[in-house]
Design a protein around this ligand. Structure first.
Ligand SMILES: [Cu+2]
Length: 186
């Protein structure tokens, strides 16, 4: 069985029950996957199932792409948070200050078995940040670690934003052109 045979199984089940047109409940995806350029965005990563063989999830590692600035995880009961910061290749300005390093990775780790996300359950992990001024795709690579095995959602298409055919697509956030009437608010 390859890494995503479970997702394929779910897709087949959905197709068989006539629900294939609904948004995929498989993989790791964003609850809302579009946001206006320059806005503060709440990225809610949805974990719809466990790893291979129905194994429960105990760790989620989100690699924050360049352009998603000042990422802040929302605390989650039963889960410890680790934040990795790194120097930026291209510093940016925020509130008149030059920002030279930023959050590049956030990890949620269950502090006890009770917090593990069972395969039959659904959960969300929330990260807030500032979207870039330029429209375009942002890809979050997400590693889901389970009791047995792990899934690395890290495949990015060579061009465009279609994840069709990718075995383990990274999580897509589409930054759209900003509303010219919107102010700088957060
Ligand atoms: Cu899936």
């Amino acid at each position: 069985m390859n890494m995503n045979s479970r997702c394929i199984t779910q897709a087949l089940l959905l197709a068989a029950t006539g629900l294939a047109g609904l948004p995929a409940q498989a993989h790791v995806t964003l609850d809302i996957a579009v946001g206006p350029a320059g806005s503060t965005f709440k990225a809610a990563f949805r974990v719809g199932h466990g790893c291979e063989a129905g194994s429960a999830t105990h760790t989620l590692v989100v690699r924050v792409p360049v352009g998603f600035a000042g990422a802040k995880p929302m605390p989650k009961a039963g889960w410890a948070i680790e934040i990795v910061r790194a120097p930026l290749a291209v510093p940016y300005e925020s509130h008149g200050r030059s920002i030279t390093e930023d959050v590049v990775e956030v990890t949620w780790r269950a502090t006890s078995r009770e917090a593990w996300v069972q395969d039959a359950w659904y959960d969300e992990f929330v990260l807030r940040g500032q979207l870039p001024e330029a429209a375009g795709p942002l890809w979050f690579k997400v590693r889901q670690v389970c009791d047995k095995g792990q899934s690395d959602w890290a495949d990015i298409p060579a061009s465009g934003t279609s994840t069709k055919g990718l075995k383990a697509p990274a999580v897509l956030l589409e930054v759209q052109p900003a509303d010219p009437h919107a102010g700088h608010m957060h």
